[in-house]
Write a protein that binds this ligand. Structure first.
Ligand code: SAM
Length: 350
């Protein structure tokens, strides 16, 4: 199992991301004898061994199912144990693209936090690149280190327990030589002056500082300017997913006719009720049975019903007129922060 490459078949000891529902993906290490308990049923690890990644797995009692997914940094971001706020894929993908992160890039990241972005960096830079990540909180550092080791990411990642604002980024036995810097810290402006000792001199270096409030951005911009960074720009990724669907076309004439029809039938009903009430019980024939109440279908079939009101209509049903519309899906996971970008050595592209 690896975040760098895919494999087909699940083996004991592998990390599987169990996709339970849209908002719930659970990471599990496949362990013989263990069972994954979910609200949709129980899933035995033994049965996962030998299955293909991506398969649908039925619950023990035959109802409910989950999907067994191969880990990727993007899915890991949705399922990891949170120890801090994390960077979600709408932001990380934008940063990776804008700073040109790719095979061979050398990343400087602080702080590591829950190592959400570290996974993405490690996968993107490949075996020719390097990720130097720093975390000053000891428990978080240990957790992140264990996780990176378990996920096989130490091949190209170096994690350091350090307060970068006080002690900078230099590492014994390593020339950092970073060309991409990502700072997700409360006070990046105190870390920026330390960067000069560890960033590349022979090629362009890009930086992104991730800060939730504009006062932090102002201080960061000032520190970047003071330190000779150029092309400073701040952006915010306001991720929205657009849902495309069909909406039934309703002509005003039809709507008016339908309203009139409803009103007419209501009046007729009231009239009928009045007649029944005014008939003395003796006048009602004892042989006349009470009429059955109309069925739902009878109710629907009566009257003018151009929009299928009260019936179950499939979107796009060709008996009705439709137009294509889009709608914003409000729930999208992204920790909205301001992203401040800047560059050094802008003309030295390698
Ligand atoms: N980007 C991370 C992710 O995607 O999982 C989340 C980072 S979290 C918001 C910020 C982290 O920076 C915290 O874990 C905090 O302990 C660490 N931190 C804060 N100041 C630091 C410093 N001066 N040096 C090193 N780490 C620091």
């Amino acid at each position: 199992m690896s975040f760098y490459a895919y494999k087909d078949i699940i083996e004991a000891g592998d990390l599987v991301l169990a996709f339970i529902s849209r908002g719930a993906t659970k990471p599990i290490t496949v362990t013989p004898g263990e069972v994954l308990n979910t609200r949709y049923g129980q899933f035995e690890h033994d049965l996962m061994i030998g299955m293909k990644y991506g398969s649908q797995m039925a619950g023990k009692k035959g109802y409910g199912f989950i999907h067994l997914l191969h880990p990727t940094p993007e899915l890991w971001t949705l399922s990891l144990p949170h120890r801090t706020q994390i960077v979600y894929t709408p932001d990380s993908s934008y940063i990776v693209q804008r700073l040109g992160v790719g095979p061979g890039s050398r990343i400087i990241e602080a702080g590591t936090g829950s190592a959400s972005f570290t996974h993405s960096f490690a996968r993107s830079v490949g075996d020719k690149g390097k990720v130097f990540t720093y975390e000053f909180h000891e428990v978080r550092y240990n957790e992140a280190k264990r996780e990176l080791e378990e996920h096989g990411l130490m091949k190209n990642t170096v994690i350091t327990h350090r307060n970068v604002c006080d002690d900078g980024f230099e590492i014994d036995n390593h020339k950092v030589d970073g060309d991409v810097v990502f700072l997700d810290l409360p006070s990046p402006w105190t870390a920026i002056p330390h960067l000069n000792k560890v960033i590349a001199e022979d090629r362009q270096v890009g930086i992104c500082c991730f800060s939730p409030c504009i006062e932090q951005v102002e201080k960061t911009v000032k520190a970047l300017e003071d330190d000779g960074w150029t092309s400073i720009e701040m952006v915010e990724v306001a991720g929205k997913r657009w849902e495309a669907r069909k909406d039934m076309v309703k002509h005003v004439d039809d709507v008016v006719k339908r309203l009139k029809d409803i009103q007419d039938r209501k009046s007729q009903g009231i009239e009928k009720l009045r007649n029944v009430n005014s008939t003395a019980p003796s006048e009602v024939s004892s042989t006349e049975s009470t009429p059955e109440p109309p069925s739902k279908k009878q109710k629907r079939d009566r009257g003018f019903n151009p929009f299928g009101k009260g019936t179950r209509i499939k979107e796009g049903d060709d008996q009705y007129e439709w137009r294509d519309v889009t709608k914003v899906e409000s729930e999208i996971k992204s920790h909205t922060s301001y992203l401040t970008f800047a560059y050094k050595n802008p003309n030295r592209k390698v």
